[in-house]
Design a protein around this ligand. Structure first.
Ligand code: GLP
Length: 242
């Protein structure tokens, strides 16, 4: 595992955006796995700035979603589909046809999860998967004790994650869905390059457990220790317990 420590969130965003631009220069139709949450936002902003300056070509880029709430209509402002439309697809000019995501409103969620894994494989697999990290070490929505070989499936959120995400739902934890679809840890590990970005003191413990802790389902992000090409980009605050 490669660990890169940067001064702050903006520098981390710029570094990851440059890595994506380099990937696209060699493979213009690369499939980029994108995450939600506050952490990756500087990446998307830096990538848009590179594209404006002609330093990143996103014209053939493809994008795949990491996870989704179950039961939120796709046009709900906090469905991850809507968040990614606002933060990634629209600013980067990526058309609907180049986007892959799970269906959080399907009648048969299990079938929708299996269909999403098949769609990712049919698309040739994810070239670069960008991840944030939960304060408890979750990646995607793989909460502690998720199987490290899990596939895309439905999960129940912990109260801690619902509380962490309540800020997106008017600080009302009751509005945060209980169930989610997430790419499994095993699915995530199939990406050719996994880049985990962590910023801020609140992530310091989870980053230390990811990089230096035992490989354990109690900290799903520790599974990145198994990946042949995993990069952890942490700002100084998030790296402070290493
Ligand atoms: C959610 C998402 C994760 C994300 C995490 C951390 O749980 N499912 O993909 O990494 O939040 O979010 P933030 O970056 O806002 O701290």
């Amino acid at each position: 595992m490669e660990v890169v420590i940067v001064e702050d969130a903006a520098k981390g965003g710029a570094l990851v955006a440059q890595a994506i631009a380099r990937l696209l220069a060699g493979r213009p139709d690369a499939l980029i796995g994108v995450a939600t949450g506050s952490t990756p936002v500087p990446v998307y902003e830096a990538l848009a700035a590179l594209a404006r300056r002609g330093e990143a070509d996103l014209s053939r880029a493809r994008v795949a979603q990491l996870d989704e709430y179950v039961g939120l209509p796709p046009d709900h402002p906090e469905s991850y589909r809507s968040v990614l439309a606002r933060q990634v697809l629209e600013p980067l000019g990526i058309p609907e046809g180049s986007f892959l995501g799970p269906d959080g409103t399907a009648g048969d969620i299990r079938a929708a999860c299996e269909a999403y894994d098949r769609a990712l494989a049919a698309a040739g697999g994810v070239d670069l998967q960008l991840l944030g990290i939960g304060t408890d070490g979750h990646i995607g929505f793989n909460e502690p004790c998720s199987s490290l070989t899990s596939r895309t499936r439905i999960k129940t959120l912990t109260e801690r994650t619902r509380a962490d995400n309540a800020r997106f739902f008017g600080h009302d934890v009751g509005q945060v869905p209980r169930h989610v679809i997430t790419q499994g840890v095993g699915t995530i590990l199939e990406a050719r390059h996994v880049v985990l970005l962590a910023t801020g003191e609140a992530k310091a413990e989870a980053v230390a457990a990811t990089v230096e802790g035992p490989l354990s389902a109690r900290c799903p992000s520790s599974a990145l220790q198994l990946h042949p090409h995993a990069t952890v980009v942490a700002d100084e605050a998030a790296a402070s317990r290493l």
